[in-house]
Design a protein around this ligand. Sequence first.
Ligand SMILES: NC(=O)c1ccc[n+]([C@@H]2O[C@H](COP(=O)([O-])OP(=O)(O)OC[C@H]3O[C@@H](n4cnc5c(N)ncnc54)[C@H](O)[C@@H]3O)[C@@H](O)[C@H]2O)c1
Length: 461
Amino acid sequence: MAEDLNRRDFLSTTGKIAAAGATVWSALHPAVHIARGAAVNANDKIVVGLIGCGGMGNYDLDDFMRVPEVAVAALCDIDESHLNDTATKVDKKYKSKPKTHVDYRELLDNKDIDVVIIGTPDHWHAIPFINACLAGKDVYCEKPISHNILEGRAMVKAAHEKKRVTQIGTQQRSGEHFKKAVEIVKSGKLGRITMTKTWNLSNEAPYGFGRPSDEPHAPSGVDYDRWLGPAPLRPFNPLRFHYQWRWFFDYASGMIGDWNVHLQDIIQWGMGVTAPKSVNAAGGKFAIDDLRDTPDTMVVTYEFDSAQGPFVQVYEMRKANEHGIGGNPGHGMQFHGTDATLYIDRDGFEVIPEKDGGGGDPRKRKDRTAAIKSGGSDQHWPHVQDFIRCFKSRERCICDVETGNAITRSCHLGNISYKLGRKIFWNAADETIVHKDGRVDSEATALLGREYRKGYELPAV
Ligand SMILES: NC(=O)c1ccc[n+]([C@@H]2O[C@H](COP(=O)([O-])OP(=O)(O)OC[C@H]3O[C@@H](n4cnc5c(N)ncnc54)[C@H](O)[C@@H]3O)[C@@H](O)[C@H]2O)c1
């Protein structure tokens, strides 16, 4: 690799430049670039660019900056204040200012960048992801992977065709206690699993996030047109902007895509399934009087076939009552088997044995299996480390775009059924929604994608 320097050369170059008072990244960067698409030398630098310097983009970047080989070359955001805050942080750590961009395409044009982190809102994942793959970058992309199912399909295709290493931000997979729990599920210890459950519970009634008025313009330093991107043009409203965009279908998928994507992941992983046979959602915006257009109450019932046989997955979401299932608050997941239930959340898991019949005598009933309890484990840092390991080895990450697509797709299917108010059937072979008798369900299939605003179309793959 003619353009590479070893670590000693890099440190000496860095030292000289720093001594000369030059702290601009580009002055030292070209010498330390890693060849993309190949296994890399442990002494090389991994050059990272971040698109979307908001809450989660920064959280991701912080863990990337813990990796000794990582250097941060460039940042992109449509909000000048986010861009500047993150640039100051990077400068403080590396004593070297990253380049800053409002247009992500300029960041992707930077041939020195090996890895792109995508921390934009959901409606802004697919376009930079696909273009990053086409530009030969590896990608760490936040969950849910996409705004809709067709985007996910195109993202998988782009990553495969360009042989990119990808990791999706469903970081629970990298937590040791999640790995241990999934091993238990796969071991058969729970018996025949006939039902799984995931839930998100909170109480935001009666006014939720309120009904702020539209404003004549976006805050200064914000490129609002670019923030909207592929979504329909509309007046600026602070509730449809930073962080809160997730409650609007124009940009995201509500709670099922925002949170159940983490939970559904563990269920699909544990049960070894990638797609449901059918999906049936019920719910609505029943109790909360605010601007959001995603539901405050929802139950989605999925039918899956696993190696064990059929099972039902139930997602329950309440935003107007937070009383926990089995007393468990907030969120959680359960695998219900004939011999035990496995309960898990981010703080730990528990195997709760079922009892056998006791020959009709309740006093003789015995546990069908041993009880187990475990505490929680770190998830995000090992997830970033897994990506770095795969960046070097060119292996598949623990949650690459293909897996991330399978999870996200299940969540989007829940919303399609919710919007139609009826059960839908998924044909995994050709990735269409069909009627029970196998005929294409054109009404539902029309909801697999979205309309793209001119200038922000999905790149052709
Ligand atoms: N893995 C997790 O546990 C986790 C937790 C929270 C959020 N997330 C995901 O992270 C992503 C970001 O969520 P957030 O809460 O940080 O949102 P946010 O609104 O706080 O941040 C998004 C940032 O992207 C910027 N942005 C928007 N459009 C852009 C564009 N075209 N180019 C460049 N920058 C652009 C915004 O200005 C903002 O700074 C979402 O996909 C979300 O689902 C994941």
